[in-house]
Design a protein. Structure first.
Length: 539
């Protein structure tokens, strides 16, 4: 029996020796695979770094229990692997978050955010707070960014996105940067949403592209640009803008607001505007409010909205501008810009704009190129312009333009609602009402006398202009500042018993272009004649 056990033991040893190498190899592969998954991961969500300034240590692994402490160590680790990052809410971190070549996916973007309730604060000091370069599918959310101040040493942007695609910046604030609170350069398919940008120099939000690689397919939504006064180092050009889009294609600015910007631009000359675009194609600005914006003393601009030099195929619609120092809506072309063409301003309101800037008014037209063919094809329709002191429409001395159509608008003001030379503009089916009740118009006995003399306000050989009190419900001034409350601007609605009822013309019939299907308040706009002038259709 003893010899049998010994024999079995020897047999087992032979088997163990035979299969041991295979067993060791399998264990090694398993450990290696586990290690690779732990270090590399299949997605950003499997690789998370936490930061806590109080209990963190830079020697820690970055787990919730053992977080990192500094942005410096975070950047070192991000240079090796793409990771989600969470800063402890309510804490203040100093440094610049740097992401270069970080690539998430549509289903699993890389996220930089706060943990817990509330937001962490990132102090950029004299540098950026976040710099994102050559990245895809990165989301920056729920953080506050602070610079040392536009006059206190900072010379950068707060959040800088450069050459990146499919990135999102949302639910953040950015203040105290000399350039822009949020700056996008050569970015594609990206979003800035619910950002509050204030106390910056050049602009609250700036979108820019290069001549070779325009920024394109961007959405700026639900953002507030307030008190961005001007860049103290920029002595050659404008600064102090709210939201600015330049050298871009297909950009939408939706439900945003801009106020009290531009008051400390350190120069005279061309100035800032609340929300505007230049040298861009297919820009849509809608459901926005731009109010009480400013410019430096004796400088230009300081207006609400602007389609500026080189803008093409762009629209401002369903917007409210009021009490800006400059024009409510600027239609401008500067020398050296690409041709300006095929733009529209429709279903918008201007209230007492052009308060201090010389020559401006509700709508302001200027062409610095002195070539009428460079400022062409614009439809200004179904707007309401109310101004108790400045002109409803103002043409700069240099304002040569072609094929501008004003149709179905309501202009309320004085008996001198137009300033400057209007050659190049056609007026059809507009209502002009002197708020003092008089009927004299531009030194003529009435509107019809002026219209017949100047070939205006006629359609198919018939006079179609109006001098009718629209009988708005009022009030004609407003304090609305939330773009999501624009439906409360009911003081500018015409009622079913208004004498303007069904006096509008069908734009498509004589422009050949598609027109909006909804009015300012979301009501359907019927096809054909018999629509309403102004911003609302009678239900």
């Amino acid at each position: 029996m003893g010899s049998g056990v010994e024999q079995n033991h020897l047999s087992f040893n032979k088997m163990r020796v035979k299969y041991l190498p295979c067993f060791v190899i399998c264990v090694f592969i398993a450990i290696a695979c586990k290690s690779y998954k732990s270090d590399k991961g299949n997605s950003a969500s499997e690789r998370v770094i936490y930061l806590d300034i109080i209990k963190g240590q830079d020697s820690n692994p970055g787990t919730p229990e053992k977080p990192l402490q500094s942005i410096e160590e975070l950047n070192r680790r991000l240079s090796k692997n793409s990771c989600n990052v969470y800063f402890a809410s309510g804490q203040v971190f100093v440094g610049t978050i740097v992401l270069k070549g970080i690539n998430g996916t549509k289903a699993d973007p890389v996220k930089i955010s706060s943990s817990g309730e509330g937001r962490a604060v990132i102090i950029g000091g004299n540098q950026e707070a976040v710099k994102i370069e050559n990245c895809t599918f990165v989301t920056i959310a729920n953080l506050n960014f602070i610079g040392n101040g536009r006059k206190e040493g900072n010379k950068t942007n707060g959040v800088a996105l450069v050459n990146s695609r499919h990135c999102t910046v949302e639910n953040v604030s950015s203040k105290g940067f000399q350039k822009s609170g949020i700056d996008l350069y050569n970015c594609v398919e990206s979003v800035v949403r619910n950002a509050f940008v204030s106390d910056n120099g050049f602009s609250g939000i700036n979108v820019m592209g290069s001549s070779r690689s325009m920024s394109r397919n961007l959405l700026i939504q639900g953002c507030r640009a307030e008190n961005n006064p001007g860049d103290p180092t920029n002595l050659d050009n404008h600064s102090g803008n709210g939201i600015l889009v330049g050298v871009s294609d297909s950009v939408e600015v939706d439900h945003c607001s801009a106020t009290n910007n531009g008051w400390d631009m350190p120069r005279k000359g061309n100035g800032p505007v609340g929300i505007w675009a230049w040298e861009s194609d297919h820009v849509l600005i809608q459901y926005c409010i731009s109010y009480r914006n400013k410019t430096s003393e004796n400088a230009k601009d300081g207006g609400g909205f602007d389609l500026d030099g080189g803008v093409r195929n762009s629209v401002i619609q369903y917007c409210l501008s009021y009490e800006n120092q400059g024009a409510g809506y600027g239609l401008f072309q500067y020398s050296g810009a690409s041709d300006w063409s095929d733009n529209s301003v429709r279903y918008c309101v201007s209230i007492n704009d052009g308060q201090t800037t010389e020559g401006s008014g509700g709508i302001f037209i200027w062409n610095g190129s002195d070539e009428p063919g460079q400022l062409v094809n614009c439809i200004i329709c179904n707007n309401v312009i109310y101004n108790a002191s400045a002109p409803a429409i103002s043409y700069e001395n240099a304002s040569k333009h072609q094929n501008f159509l004003f149709c179905n608008n309501i202009f309320l003001g004085s008996d001198q609602p137009i300033s400057g030379t209007l050659s190049g503009s056609s007026f059809v089916a507009n209502d002009w009402w002197d708020i003092k009740g008089g009927i004299r118009f531009m030194k003529f006995p009435d509107l019809e006398s002026w219209a017949l003399k100047n070939g205006q306000e006629t359609f198919n050989g018939k006079y179609v202009g109006m001098q009718i009190d629209p009988k708005f419900a009022g009030p004609l001034i407003t304090e609305i500042s939330d773009p999501y409350q624009l439906d409360k601007l009911t003081g500018y609605m015409i009622s079913p018993d208004s004498p303007l009822n069904s006096r509008g013309l069908d734009l498509k019939s004589f422009t050949g272009k598609n027109v909006p299907v909804k009015d300012f308040f979301g009501n359907s706009v019927p096809s054909g004649n018999g629509t309403e002038p102004g911003i609302n259709e009678i239900k």
